[in-house]
Design a protein around this ligand. Structure first.
Ligand SMILES: *[C@@H]1O[C@H](CO)[C@@H](O)[C@H](O)[C@H]1NC(C)=O
Ligand SMILES: *[C@@H]1O[C@H](CO)[C@@H](O)[C@H](O)[C@H]1NC(C)=O
Ligand SMILES: *[C@@H]1O[C@H](CO)[C@@H](O)[C@H](O)[C@H]1NC(C)=O
Ligand SMILES: *[C@@H]1O[C@H](CO)[C@@H](O)[C@H](O)[C@H]1NC(C)=O
Length: 526
């Protein structure tokens, strides 16, 4: 016999009828027991979450390393190249190879191919946004960043880059503008001129031109604001020379520090004059020294973002040798930071690219039949970036220009068997970019390296991590997961920062809304 359809029987089977017959006392006991159980669950869950990361180190540091425009082919390229020039065995591994944990998917909210602005905002704000966005969401509303939230919680903060400090990647952590070209505004925000006030304790890089007033030589501002002066008024120790950098000491110099070594980007590693500009490794070493010293008496650590910024720019120019030298400088910095992590439990280093650049291919068909090879040797003979050489070509128009061109190919690119076609082509009056791309292609063709674009591509990039908690990054991730990892590791609250960034806007919006509303009401009365 089925009881199906009999409501009373269904109630009985589910025990609902008995519920009604429970006395008041029994109900109180049940509620009391439930409260105890819920409390116990809360205690257990919170204990469990606090233990899900090794909690033995209270004080935590995050070092986020970004290799801009460094795709998987560039990694193989650099390994092959290092093995070739240093005569190492095929099983030599780069400092990154040893700490590979996974990969990162890079697309932005409006394109399969991201730019650096959306790419870094994914790390900084943990959201996908549109290409060109600096620390704002797809609706162009400022989003709280991991750097700002870390600062709010009492951690020290730093940015070390080889591009202009106002360039897309460092900007997304420390500024909020709707377009990456608004570098004059980014500079002002970076020294504290925005709703949160100063958030960055240390900035090393290039890009002085956006801090100088329009009337000063080398400025790229259209207004007369002198951000060097303003930064000093806001307490920054400002400096711009190698000597001042070398003389910096945590003993006598305190945060905030602003070191801008060049007007524009810092030099490519292949072109860098070490008596004028520190290397990425040297800047990172000094930054770590200062961050460690500044947090020595605190139970809070630091957040430091280090970017090998110009790995990307060399790839934009398809300049293989320059790309290799900036990657090797990044490798040296990785080695330094790994040693720091070894000595400082509670520190995690993440290394990731925002995207691939150049569509690099480690083989290029240069004749009817494909050959299975590429040659590092022509790359190893290059002495200068194509960028620097292109500037020489742009500026030298004496009668002996042809000999001058030959000398550039011979000494700059290290090529003995000079092709007349190349000399004639370079002898014409062309643009700087034309010269630059052409020079790079001379080496690429001989090395049999292919490049699909002067822009970015959408291939997944490798993800590396080292130190406490880094196992959580194993596998294939969305780029926003890297930001989420930092949030969790440092126990940050980005929503609160987003609220702080926008509350004045919300108030303004609210007032505007009310006055419009009021105005409309009046209008209706007429
Ligand atoms: C300086 O300002 C003038 C006038 O606004 C502008 O035309 C010029 O381009 C500015 N200089 C720079 C370097 O931006
Ligand atoms: C090219 O590199 C060589 C070797 O480092 C250097 O002496 C030379 O000045 C560089 N040329 C340019 C144009 O910078
Ligand atoms: C090269 O071309 C540009 C643009 O047409 C021109 O301004 C410049 O004077 C030319 N330079 C020479 C050396 O002919
Ligand atoms: C690169 O150089 C090769 C050899 O001179 C030439 O055939 C090819 O068209 C060049 N490619 C580009 C993009 O300039």
């Amino acid at each position: 016999m089925s009881t199906h359809g009999d409501p009373a029987e269904t109630e009985r089977l589910l025990g609902l009828g008995q519920e009604r017959r429970k006395t008041r006392k029994e109900v109180c006991t049940v509620i009391f027991a439930a409260v105890i159980i819920v409390a116990a669950v809360i205690v257990i869950v919170s204990l469990w979450t606090s233990l899900s990361y090794d909690d033995s180190y209270e004080k935590r540091n995050v070092i986020l390393m970004i290799s801009d425009g460094f795709g998987p082919a560039s990694e193989t390229f650099a390994r092959d190249y290092v093995q070739y020039v240093k005569k190492l065995n095929y099983n030599y591994l780069t400092p990154l190879d040893k700490i590979l944990v996974g990969s990162s998917r890079t697309r932005s909210s409006d394109s399969l191919v991201t730019d650096s602005a959306a790419g870094a905002t994914a790390f900084a704000c943990t959201i996908k946004t549109y290409n060109r966005a600096i620390g704002v969401n797809p609706e162009k509303v400022p989003c709280g960043t991991v750097l700002e939230s870390a600062k709010h919680l009492g951690l020290a903060t730093g940015l070390v880059v080889t591009s202009r400090i106002t360039h897309a990647t460092p900007a997304t952590f420390s500024a909020h503008v709707v377009d990456r070209d608004m570098e004059a505004d980014i500079a002002a925000q970076q020294i504290g001129d925005y709703p949160l006030g100063r958030q960055v304790d240390l900035m090393f890089g290039g890009g002085r031109c956006f801090f100088l007033p329009n009337s000063t030589e080398g400025s790229c501002r259209i207004d007369e604001r002198d951000l060097v002066k303003e930064s000093k008024e806001r307490g920054f120790k400002y400096f711009s020379t190698r000597k001042e950098f070398d003389d910096l000491e945590p003993r006598k110099d305190k945060f905030p520090l602003l070191g801008l070594f060049t007007l524009d980007h810092m030099s490519y590693e292949i072109d860098r004059d070490p008596t004028k500009e520190p290397s990425l490794k040297e800047m990172s070493e000094k930054a770590l020294k200062f961050l460690e010293s500044a947090t020595a008496d605190s139970d809070k650590g630091f957040f430091l973002m280090i970017e090998g910024s110009r790995i990307d720019m060399a790839a934009h120019s398809n300049d293989a040798a320059t790309h290799a030298h900036d990657i090797m400088a990044y490798h040296e910095t990785i080695d330094l930071v790994k040693k720091y992590v070894d000595k400082h439990p509670g520190t995690v280093m993440i290394s990731v690219s925002d995207h691939e650049t150049g569509g690099l291919s480690l083989a290029r068909q240069v004749s009817d039949l494909p050959q299975y090879l590429w040659y590092p040797e022509p790359v190893s003979r290059v002495k200068n970036s194509s960028f620097i050489l292109s500037q020489e070509l742009l500026n030298y128009w004496e009668n002996d220009r042809e000999a001058y061109i030959k000398n550039i190919i011979r000494s700059g690119l290290g090529i003995g068997d000079i092709d007349d076609y190349d000399v004639n082509w370079l002898n014409q009056n062309r643009t700087q970019l034309d010269y630059e791309y052409f020079l790079a292609n001379i080496t690429n063709f001989r090395a049999q390296l292919g490049w699909a674009t002067h822009g970015h591509s959408s291939v997944d990039v490798n993800l590396y991590a080292y130190g406490q908690g880094s196992d959580a990054l194993r596998g294939n991730h969305e780029n926003t997961d890297i930001g989420d990892f930092i949030v969790k590791y440092l126990n940050l609250d980005l929503d609160f920062i987003t609220y702080k960034l926008n509350r004045h806007v919300l108030r303004t919006f609210h007032q505007a809304f009310e006055s419009t509303h009021f105005h409309n009401d009046e209008h209706h009365h007429h």
